[in-house]
Design a protein around this ligand. Structure first.
Ligand SMILES: Nc1ncnc2c1ncn2[C@@H]1O[C@H](COP(=O)(O)OP(=O)(O)OP(=O)(O)O)[C@@H](O)[C@H]1O
Ligand SMILES: [Mg+2]
Length: 256
């Protein structure tokens, strides 16, 4: 089982969109679990549009982090992808929990306990540095960092890299990371930001996810991308790139 944590502390940087469609592509390659760790609950809304808020208040990632529930109690089975939902109540986590270490250990133990059942776990994180983020970074085999062409893009990336190295030193564990350019256009300004991103040597920059109206509208309508459409292919290529990084041994043995 490999865990991909999608993260960028800048809000609106295509984290949830990436987590949803990457999970869809990965689920065609192996059983996939998504964990919504953002109290905005965009993944929860996407995967569980018909669940009542009461049902989600009973079963969610908060009690898992606090060690009050077992993973099987908070995991909701989907047709192709299972989900651990999030809730607005996560906003209270910082007040309830004493430190992120305890939460991270709980999350790791829970994920490890289902390692035989899933090939991939995709975690969506909030657009700010919180305990949830530390826990999700701790459990990651790969931190996938979607980057959009904003004025703050490189600054936000550097802050997240700081956060990752703090987590690494806190837990003495090193993480793989990769940048995923999203929503870049052809303007000089956008290409310059992309070049600066690519110049950060120790972290690879993956193929771009293009700006696409269908990615936006399908995601808003809680629908997966149309099979064989260009956006669908972009996320299909992403799934292969992710697997190449987290699981280099497990690459299409028949194709060599
Ligand atoms: N490739 C794309 N093409 C067009 N629109 C996109 C694309 N990726 C993301 N978007 C849009 O950009 C906006 C932000 O995306 P998203 O909600 O995934 O970001 P986020 O990082 O999860 O935000 P937050 O920090 O609020 O959780 C959304 O309106 C989404 O539909
Ligand atoms: Mg989001």
């Amino acid at each position: 089982m490999k865990v991909v944590t999608v993260s960028n502390i800048k809000g609106g940087s295509a984290k949830s969109t990436t987590a949803i469609h990457l999970a869809d592509s990965l689920s065609r390659r192996g059983k996939t679990l998504v964990i919504d760790m953002d109290m905005q609950a965009d993944l929860t809304d996407f995967f569980l549009p018909h669940h009542s808020t009461e049902a989600i208040e009973e079963k969610n990632v908060m009690s898992l982090l606090l060690g009050r529930s077992k993973i099987e109690d908070v995991l909701i089975k989907g047709k192709t992808i299972d989900i651990i939902p999030s809730t607005l109540t996560l906003s209270k986590l910082v007040r309830i929990a004493e430190d992120p270490f305890f939460l991270s250990q709980n999350l790791k133990k829970a994920i490890d306990s289902v390692s035989k059942e899933y090939s991939y776990v995709v975690i969506d994180t909030p657009g700010s540095a919180k305990y949830e983020l530390t826990s999700a970074l701790y459990c990651a085999n790969l931190v996938l960092i979607p980057v959009t062409p904003s004025k703050w893009a490189i600054r936000a990336v550097n802050l997240l890299l700081d956060e990752i190295s703090q987590t690494e030193s806190l837990f003495s564990a090193s993480k793989k990371s990769a940048f995923l350019p999203c929503l870049f256009g052809t303007s000089k300004k956008h290409r310059e930001i992309l070049e600066r991103l690519r110049s950060i040597e120790e972290i690879p920059t993956l193929n771009e996810i293009p700006k696409s109206e269908s990615i936006k509208t399908k995601t808003e309508k809680h629908e997966f991308l149309k099979k064989d459409s260009n956006p669908w292919h972009a996320f299909d290529v992403l799934a292969d790139e992710v697997i190449r990084i987290v699981d280099p041994e497990n690459r299409f043995p028949f194709l060599g």
